[in-house]
Write a protein that binds this ligand. Structure first.
Ligand SMILES: *Cc1c(COP(=O)(O)O)cnc(C)c1O
Length: 389
């Protein structure tokens, strides 16, 4: 049977070149980067070279990079770290209604601890408005966190403009760039951000490693306490192997980004054009233009996303309904509700995300199978029967 992976937003395969770069650091170069002997110094050099590669890629200085265990830790570090460092200054945080759980859960935790959190709504395409942000700011606001691109519907936020509003008020601005880093160009100065989260497994690096960019002068309470790694900002022995993999993945993205954007957005636009022609009564979710080059999200009316996912899986096609975290619960995705979908429509969403190893023939196969799956499921759907007796 054919096997087609169309779920790159959930995770990406490790690029073979990344794996090759990492391998020596599991074996002959296994040293602890904090050790003084030659093994340690070899690991330390690899660590600092990797830090430089990432810093150069996003227009930062190496000392502004802290390596972490991934996107979730970076998001938690930014939110909790800023909240506890600045709690004497103010207790108000602003974020959006469509953030990843790695932001909304720590935000809810902070609410329990006495902080006030404003969740900015979005328009029907998933965009946060600068005017709404301005209105929400008070003299107690210490942090604003808005994601660069949404992992479910792919909408790209105008972070440069939102960041500028924060900058003018002297408020820290964080962005979760886990879906964009390595996929579209990023420069921390152009984006006007003080804090930026990223994760290697979303751009062909290994799982369990990421980083938080912390602009010089930004005060953050330490997250993991222990040894004095990362200038005392994040204790624990460096995951040198993973960090070397992250840097190699960045190098590859740097080389291929331009052509991948072109190729993937052409496939994306083909799906956006052809799905409604082959499947009646669908709705595109997310902004029609301001969206990730690899993201397609449709609500397919009268059927359940879950059944669609499983039927496609039986044909060897892997995609997603909502996000991986929401698909295992019965609550529809908070992102789809925030853009105004009713519960039934939100339950019937299908996310297709493309990547480096997607081929035109994969899209042909998908477009051949999807209408058959939808037809079969609609034939069994009481909702569909009521609508089309
Ligand atoms: C995947 C993802 C995360 C979590 O990153 P992990 O490295 O898996 O912890 C956070 N935010 C967004 C937008 C993501 O897509």
């Amino acid at each position: 049977m054919k096997k087609i992976y169309l779920d790159y937003a959930a995770t990406t395969p490790t690029d073979p070149e990344v794996m090759a770069a990492m391998e020596p650091y599991y074996f002959e170069r296994f040293g602890n980067a904090s050790s003084l002997h030659a093994y340690g110094q070899e690991a330390k050099k690899a660590l600092e070279d990797s830090r430089q590669t990432l810093a150069d890629f996003i227009g930062a200085k190496p000392e502004e990079i802290v390596f972490t265990s991934g996107g979730t830790e970076s998001d938690n570090f930014a939110l909790l770290g800023a909240a506890y460092a600045l709690e004497k200054k103010g207790n108000h945080i602003i974020t959006s209604a469509i953030e990843h759980h790695a932001i909304t859960e720590p935000a809810k935790f902070l609410e329990k601890k006495g902080f006030k959190v404003t969740y900015l709504g979005v328009d029907k395409d998933g965009l946060v408005s600068g005017d709404d942000l301005k209105k929400a700011i008070t003299d107690k606001t210490i942090l604003i966190s808005v994601m660069h691109a949404n992992n479910e519907i792919g909408t790209l936020q105008p972070i440069d403009q939102l960041g500028k509003i924060a900058k003018e008020k002297g408020i820290y601005f964080h962005t979760d760039a886990v879906q964009t880093l390595g996929h579209i160009p990023i420069n921390v100065d152009q984006l006007n951000v003080d804090l930026l989260s990223l994760s290697a497994h979303k751009f062909y690096g290994p799982k369990g490693v990421g980083a938080l960019y912390i602009r010089k002068g930004t005060r953050l309470e330490t997250f993991l306490r222990g040894g004095d790694q990362e200038r005392g900002r994040r204790a624990s022995t460096h995951n040198t192997t993973g960090i070397v993999g992250l840097a190699k993945a960045i190098e590859l993205c740097q080389k291929t980004m331009e052509s991948e954007i072109k190729f993937q957005s052409a496939l994306r636009d083909r799906l956006i054009k052809e799905i409604p022609l082959k499947v009646p009564e669908v709705r595109l979710n997310g902004h029609p233009q301001k969206r990730l080059p690899n993201n397609v999200n449709f609500s397919i009316k009268y059927i359940e996303g879950e059944s669609m996912l499983l039927s496609l899986d039986m044909l060897g096609i892997a995609c997603s309904t909502g996000s991986a975290c929401t698909s295992s619960s019965l609550e529809p995705s908070h992102v789809l509700l925030a853009i105004g979908l009713d519960h039934a429509t939100a339950h019937g969403s299908l996310r297709i995300t493309l990547g480096r190893f997607t081929r035109e023939s994969d899209i042909d196969y998908f477009l051949e199978k999807l209408p058959l799956v939808v037809q079969k499921l609609r034939a069994m759907s009481p909702l569909y029967e009521r609508k089309n007796p």
